[in-house]
Design a binder for this molecule. Sequence first.
Ligand code: FAD
Length: 330
Amino acid sequence: MSNILLYAEVTRENFLHTVLFELAYKAQELAQKLDKAEVSAFLICKTGLAAEYKEAFINSAFDNVYIAEDDSLENYSTELYSKIALDIIKEVKPDIILVGATTQGRDLAPRISSSLHTGLTADCTGLDINEKGQLAATRPTFGGKLMATILCKTLPQMATVRPKVFKPAPENIVKDTKFVYFKPDIENIKTKVEFVEFVKGMNTCINELDSAQIIVAGGRGMKNEAGFELLKNFAESIGGCVGASRGAVEMGLAPVDIQIGQTGKTVTPKLYIACGISGAIQHIVGMQESDKIIAINNDEKAPIFEVCDCGYVGDVFEVLPRLINEFKAE
Ligand SMILES: Cc1cc2nc3c(=O)[nH]c(=O)nc-3n(C[C@H](O)[C@H](O)[C@H](O)COP(=O)(O)OP(=O)(O)OC[C@H]3O[C@@H](n4cnc5c(N)ncnc54)[C@H](O)[C@@H]3O)c2cc1C
């Protein structure tokens, strides 16, 4: 029997990261293409926390959940978490391991794959099972100009997927989930890294970009700091979060944490307003699933106009002040 194992990441606010539910629904689809595959998750957290998530696992069609709890596991530690993950994997022997491409997942997954001498396809945008029953993991390559489907020759086959690439199940799929507790074997591990303090980013919106309903993103066309200040005022006037293209990040106008696109975040807000962004494919892949896209650009031939629902050909420095006044007046 094949097994698919998912990493259940716990956020700093002690929630299960939403990428787990996106992967769970996709894993169900993959499991149907494999003969009697089970979909399981592994959870590493501080003592007592797992009980809070049981219902979420049951409602997300997991067959098994492997839990390792300990007070020393409150904060993510590469060394402790990867040791426990490897112990669980050796016991469960999954054929496929899926991990969210979050900051934590991007640290944990390569540690696991290198220890197991297996392959890992990072930042996938598509997952499927081919006619031979192998995981076919698709991701952009050559700077986003080509999509490559990658097969792994060794087991387990591993992939990371960014949040918001897949959709969660539209409704609960209830299963008779089995919960299996693992005693973490970490007493003798001397970690080289000590957790001191968690410092939140300066821009509070950064952490909310993933779940923002409205995003106002600026590109090189915003030109300078004053331009980005204007963009922030506009975002504030409509209750949106600020995002940026890599062009703007490279100009030093925005921090890399709010970069949207292939090498930044993937976002799916209800409304995405692109200001002074040309619409390079590497940017588009990070925002194209937004419900409605509005573009403001002074070049009518800018590629962003091909993906937007509504476009305005004009100068952002004329349009945005007018919009701010309109929204503030309302
Ligand atoms: C491997 C790789 C990964 C990448 N990853 C990303 C990524 O994650 N995210 C990303 O965004 N990019 C990424 N890029 C870069 C991408 O290819 C583009 O270079 C980048 O998106 C361009 O940013 P931009 O649209 O802000 O700048 P530009 O392409 O320079 O566009 C600026 C736009 O502003 C318009 N403009 C200028 N002045 C005004 C004005 N006054 N009013 C209105 N419009 C105006 C111009 O007409 C132009 O269309 C990546 C590239 C590579 C090779």
